[in-house]
Write a protein that binds this ligand. Structure first.
Ligand code: HPA
Length: 271
């Protein structure tokens, strides 16, 4: 694994000039943030050694280098989901490559179902914390000391200072920003009403099929993480209706400019 990570990092270093400190993962329907990135250089996943290929509609699959909020960034357009059949090592491989490239900040976005009764479709939720219900842990197996400690702390998995900054930016710009706990689940089914209710009871505000594996590995790698969910459907008892992937993409598209704005301004304010 260490050799593969190095090999991929070396390939990327050879293609890119100054290396960023900030990486961004763009989730379902949120790929348009890339239009805000200046002086772009793109590398399709299929040309990157050891990179898995993305398979889901709505995820196009490339690494984008450029400038956002006045800083150099790498963005992943398209991520690897566990439900696609990848192992957890494959899902989180890009984060290991980012670690090897010296990335210190990880920004993540996703689409999620809202379980908190005060949420509406189109709301943006700042992720305060998560609950991991995936059946496999990305750090299971041999621990490589070079990558991190055996038993990583998760008490500040979503960095408090970055969250405060995001909240301040949202407030100053009159953007409604919810916050809460993200439940990560394997999918690919959306939840039954009983499952939404269960995730609510255990402390979740939103549920989705991504983010948690990447955030765990980013914490192992000592990166500071900031993550947002766009609430694309409601898993609130009494408000549950049929949901499709297209509904999710559509709702995400409407909310994404506001989320993109907050992300960009947080990046601008990083010292
Ligand atoms: N459940 C799980 N994943 C999701 C949902 C949901 O309701 N909406 C968007 N991604």
């Amino acid at each position: 694994m260490l050799t593969k990570i190095k090999e991929t990092a070396t390939f990327i270093k050879g293609r890119v000039g100054e290396m960023p400190r900030i990486a961004i993962i763009l989730g379902t329907g949120l790929g348009e943030l890339v239009h805000e990135i200046d002086n772009k250089e793109e590398i399709p996943y299929e040309s990157i050694p050891n990179f898995p290929l993305s398979t889901v509609e709505g995820h196009s699959g490339k690494l984008i280098f450029g400038e956002l909020g006045g800083k150099k960034v790498i963005a992943m357009q398209g991520r690897f989901h566990y439900y696609e059949g990848y192992t957890m090592q494959e899902v989180t491989f890009p984060i290991r490559v980012f670690q090897s490239l010296g990335i210190q900040y990880l920004f993540v976005s996703n689409a999620a179902g809202g379980m908190n009764g005060s949420f509406d479709i189109g709301d943006i939720m700042l992720i305060d914390d998560h609950i991991n219900t995936f059946p496999e842990h990305p750090l299971r197996g041999k621990n490589y000391k070079e990558l991190g400690v055996r038993f990583p702390d998760m008490s500040n998995a979503y960095d408090k200072d970055l969250r405060l900054l995001a909240m301040q930016i949202a407030k100053e710009n009159n953007i409604k920003l919810q916050h809460g706990v993200y439940v990560g689940t394997q999918g690919p089914t959306f939840e039954t009403p009983a499952e939404y209710n269960w995730f609510r009871i255990i402390g979740g505000d939103a549920v989705g099929m991504s983010t948690v594996p990447e955030v765990i590995v980013a914490n192992h790698a000592k990166m500071k993480v900031l993550a947002f969910s766009i609430i694309t459907d409601l898993g609130v008892i009494g408000k549950i209706v049929e949901v499709t992937h297209e509904d999710v993409q559509e709702a995400a598209k409407v909310a994404q400019p506001k989320m993109a704005f907050i992300m960009q301004e947080v990046i601008r304010n990083i010292k």
